[in-house]
Design a protein around this ligand. Structure first.
Ligand code: KG4
Ligand code: ZN
Length: 337
């Protein structure tokens, strides 16, 4: 199982990567659909599927050409099997499974969140097991304890909106383009601290679950009763970002104390947020914990992380059967060994 080709098509990025057992990541390429979905203020599932179909073959050709390889040099294929948008997942799964069948090589369907969690393993100094994971993306907000490879214990998760989703929806209300997370973060830099103060949901209750839909609604009401000018937007962006980030940090501290883990892995699109990184860096000094992040481009969706997770699963002898199967909803507990 030397060379693994991987595809990611769970949402609005079409991505291809090639991973080598000894040489590590050989290449990765991505086509973002942000511009396609921007006029609609969010991802339009049918447009996403069609765009994946249009880009998957050119991306594959590019990845092979760049690494000076042919399909016959590929030993196995990994792809995102779920969770995600059903049509988008089906494009990647059908293509990957068919290609593997045609080449008579094995394939493996990967859990998107496992791939996100393992993304820091692609760095030169990867984290050592055991560790706590804070997974913060547009679709998920979870805290997991990872005692060993492929062993995930869900400690807490959002009961409603994911934190990235709350960023995106709050940005939309303020008329900012999709995806809103980076927009809010940029605007927040010009914000006046303390002008607005938003609640930090569920931090006064015990437990490790999250809830971000109330915070989003609070931000909406605050915006409606504000001057709605540039400064009010910046001040509200800062207040929202602060409330969301402090909430994540408080729950991380609680989870680290509860589990006794000395390593924290932060993954998913929101891990790119600078304010979150500052807050967690303060926490790491306070608790004597080391923090690991994927490199910036592997925080958001990519195929490099799918290639790595697929390589691990294939090395353990896992293989798909011949059915083309996707899991739009798929708990991480189901892939725990
Ligand atoms: O992991 P990801 O690329 O896709 C999912 O699997 O969901 O995460 C995308 C999410 C979006 O909600 C986006 O707004 C958010 O990550 N995001 C950020 C930042 N960069 C991306 N949120 C806050 N601050 C950022 N700098
Ligand atoms: Zn993702």
């Amino acid at each position: 199982m030397e060379t693994v080709l991987a595809f990611e098509t769970s949402c609005d990025d079409t991505a291809v990567a090639i991973y080598h057992a000894e040489q590590g990541l050989l290449t990765h390429h991505l086509h973002s659909q942000i511009a396609l979905h921007q006029p609609y203020g969010g991802v339009v599932p049918e447009l996403a599927s069609r765009d994946h179909s249009a880009h998957i073959v050119p991306l594959l050709d590019h990845a092979l050409a760049q690494t000076n390889r042919q399909l016959s040099d590929i030993d196995a294929i990994a792809y995102t099997k779920g969770p995600g948008l059903i049509g988008a997942l089906l494009v990647g799964a059908a293509f990957a499974r068919s290609l593997a069948f045609a080449q008579s090589i094995p394939s493996i369907g990967v859990h998107h969140l496992e791939a996100h969690m393992l993304a820091p393993m692609l760095e030169p100094e990867p984290p050592q097991y055991p560790f706590l994971v804070l997974l913060v993306s547009g679709g998920h907000t979870q805290l997991l304890s990872v005692k060993q490879a492929c062993h995930y214990e869900l400690l807490g998760e959002t009961l409603d909106d994911a934190v990235g989703e709350a960023f995106d929806k709050t940005a939309k209300v303020m008329g900012l383009p999709y995806p809103g997370g980076p927009q809010i973060a940029r605007l927040a830099e010009k914000g006046t601290p303390g002008r607005y103060v938003l609640p930090r949901p569920m931090t006064d209750r015990p437990g490790l679950d999250f809830s971000f839909s109330g915070l989003k609604t609070f931000a909406l009401r605050t915006y409606e009763s504000s001057a709605q000018d540039e400064q009010a937007k910046a001040d509200l962006a800062l207040a929202f970002e602060t409330a969301a980030i402090k909430t994540l940090a408080i729950k991380c501290e609680r989870a680290l104390n509860q589990t006794g883990h000395k390593t924290l892995v932060v993954a998913g699109g929101v891990a790119a947020n600078k304010h979150l990184r500052q807050e967690l860096s303060t926490l790491s000094e306070k608790l004597g914990v080391s923090i690991f992040y994927p490199r910036q481009e592997f925080c958001t969706d990519n195929a490099a992380m799918v290639a790595y997770a697929g390589f691990k699963r294939l090395s353990q002898g896992e293989r798909d059967d011949l059915t083309i199967d996707v899991r739009p909803r798929w708990s991480i507990q189901e892939v725990t060994l």
